[in-house]
Design a protein around this ligand. Sequence first.
Ligand code: ATP
Length: 237
Amino acid sequence: MALLELKNVVASYGNINALKGISLSVPEGKIVTLIGANGAGKSTTMRTIMGLMKPKEGDVLFKGKSIVGMYPNEIVSHGMVLVPEGRQILQNMTVLENLQMGAYQRRDKAEMAKDMKHIFERFPRLKERQNQYGGTLSGGEQQMLAIGRAMMARPEMLLLDEPSMGLAPLFIQEIFDVIEEINKAGTTVFLVEQNARKALRIADYAYVMETGKIVMQGPAAEIASDPNVMAAYLGGR
Ligand code: ATP
C-alpha cells in the first residue's frame, strides 16, 4: 500500500509554477528518494506535502486520505514528520529541549522516555551534550539532533530534505547509515537529496526531478546505473 501519494500536484510561488503536475508514491516500509539539481522543486515538493504550501491543483494522500488543507501540526499528529532543509534546530534551547520539542504532541510519557533513551544510545554525542545549546553543536551533530527530534514524534513516515547538505564526508555516511537503520526499524522514508549517488544506494525506488516535473523513475539500482542519470546527476562524490 502507498503510505504517501501525490497526484498531479501543481504548486506555485505567485504565478511561477514550481511544481508542474507531480505524481509519486511511497509504499509503506520503503525508502523512496527524489533527486534533482538545485531549483528543480524538491523542497517545494516537501513543503507541499507537509502543508506549508497549498497545492493549486492535485491531491496529497497520506494513508489513503487527502491531507490537503491540513495544518502541518495536524499532519504530524497523523504520523508524518519533516526534517527540514538546513535542519532548523532551536539554537537557544538545549539538546534535550530540542528533543523534547519533537514529542510535544505525545502524552505517553513512558514510551517517550524509551525513545529518548534509544536516541541517546544511537547518538552518544547528543547524550554527552544534552545540556548544551543546540547552536553550539557542529553541523553534523545538528543534523543528528534534527533527525532525533523528528524520531521523538515516533512517525510512521519520515521526510528528509537534503540531510547531507553541507556536511563533512564522515557525517554524510553516518547520516545515510542512520536513515537506513530508521527504515529497517519500521519507518517509511521519503528522502530528497542532491547527493544522488548516496541516496540511490540506500533507496528502493527513485524519482528524478527537473524544473518542476518528474522526468524519470524506477528502482534505485536501475536509476543509479542509467548512463543519462550518471552524466547529469552523479558527477560528484
Ligand atoms: P534546492 O536544492 O535549492 O532547495 P529545490 O529542488 O529544492 O532546490 P525549490 O527550492 O523547491 O527547489 O525551488 C523550485 C523553484 O521555485 C525554483 O525555481 C525556485 O527559484 C523557486 N522558488 C523557491 N522558493 C521560492 C519562493 N519563496 N519564492 C519564489 N520562488 C521560489
